[in-house]
Ligand binder design. Structure first.
Ligand SMILES: [Zn+2]
Length: 341
């Protein structure tokens, strides 16, 4: 993620009525500079529906339950949890809410498929990650550092959503808008009766979401290309008030979508120049080490370094799809080279 402006510290955030029958509850993400996930509760005659649930941690659970009850809701009355995407700061507590209330959990079918895969792989994910890093040109130290503990996969959903589906929310109109990029099944949720858009991590006011490609050397998907298309998709919805999952609410989701698109186009242009200056094809790891991050490459710990490599890979793949670079596959790690054009 790229920082643009300051963030509101978790300690300064409170559960609150944000109007239109919507409430927000900040739920801390322990140890994360992001601070918290903004969980939203939407009122309905059939019980509140939550948009996202927060990280699975005792402090987060206490903040969610305490926040809901401060607003007059009981976690046991929650009707459902619609998850914008499968990441642990969004889907982590959904299973716990379901245990307490019998709520359904809904997410897009593409992220539901990933959750099933993660649950099947279990501990096997570390080996796959090591292999992916090697194929990207990472050295043994980076491979060893990147295979540590990861959060457990989230609960499997009861309901799968597709683009355009209405969420089960009696008396309201909450529609899923498929916005792949940050994850393949990321959705924004358009509260049509209130002119609002829950943007998840797709569009945030001060930072841009992580867009990576995993495994790094995949050539059958283009997450950054998908993300840019998803930004245009939000642009087409018009100047809706945005309710993001982090940071703060802001007006005109479409205008922010256009800014983020510009940010990535500039990053793609810089990467193209950087590749054109080198005669030899470069590994993903070499490219990532040459790009600009929020800290010098040498100072990036294993997880952010792995994410930076994922971002580099996603930008390389989009340049490849656009015909500006070619990949060189052989015995060693995959490499990329600029094409004259
Ligand atoms: Zn998030």
């Amino acid at each position: 993620m790229t920082a643009r402006t300051g963030r509101v510290p978790y300690a300064q955030q409170r559960p609150r009525d944000v109007g239109g029958g919507v409430w927000s509850v900040p739920v801390p993400i322990p140890g994360s500079p992001l601070g918290c996930t903004l969980v939203y509760a939407i009122e309905s005659p059939g019980g509140p529906v939550l948009v996202d649930a927060g990280w699975n941690h005792p402090d987060a659970w206490e903040a969610l339950g305490g926040g809901l009850s401060a607003l007059g809701f009981d976690v046991a009355a929650v009707r459902g949890v619609v998850v914008t995407h499968f990441h642990p700061d969004h889907a982590g507590l959904a299973g716990r809410v379901r245990e307490e209330s019998g709520a359904w959990i809904a997410m897009h079918e593409a992220d539901a498929a990933l959750v099933r895969l993660m649950r099947e792989l279990g501990g096997g994910q570390a080996g796959l990650r090591a292999e992916m890093l090697r194929r990207a040109g990472a050295g043994p130290d980076d491979v060893a550092r990147a295979t540590g503990e990861r959060p457990a996969p989230p609960a499997a959903p009861d309901r799968e959503l597709r683009d355009g589906d209405l969420v089960d929310l009696p008396g309201r109109a909450l529609r899923a808008v498929h916005t792949p990029g940050h994850t393949p099944g990321h959705i924004c949720l358009h509260l049509e009766d209130a002119g609002r858009l829950f943007t998840g991590d797709h569009i945030l006011p001060g930072i841009t979401p992580h867009i990576g490609i995993y495994p790094y050397d995949r050539d059958d998907v283009d997450p950054l290309g998908d993300f840019l298309g998803s930004l245009d998709r939000v642009g087409e919805l018009g100047p809706l008030d945005a309710l993001p999952a982090h940071e703060w609410m802001f007006p005109n989701a479409a205008a922010r979508a256009a800014e983020i698109r510009q940010h990535h186009e500039e990053k793609l242009a810089r990467l193209r120049i950087l590749l054109a200056e080198r005669a030899q094809p470069l590994t993903i790891w070499e490219v990532a080490a040459m790009m600009t991050w929020n800290r010098p490459w040498a100072d990036l710990p294993a997880v952010p370094r792995g994410m930076a490599a994922g971002e580099a890979a996603a930008h390389l793949r989009t340049l490849e799809v656009r015909g500006h670079v070619r990949r060189v596959s052989g015995a060693g790690p995959v490499r990329f080279q600029a094409l004259d054009s």
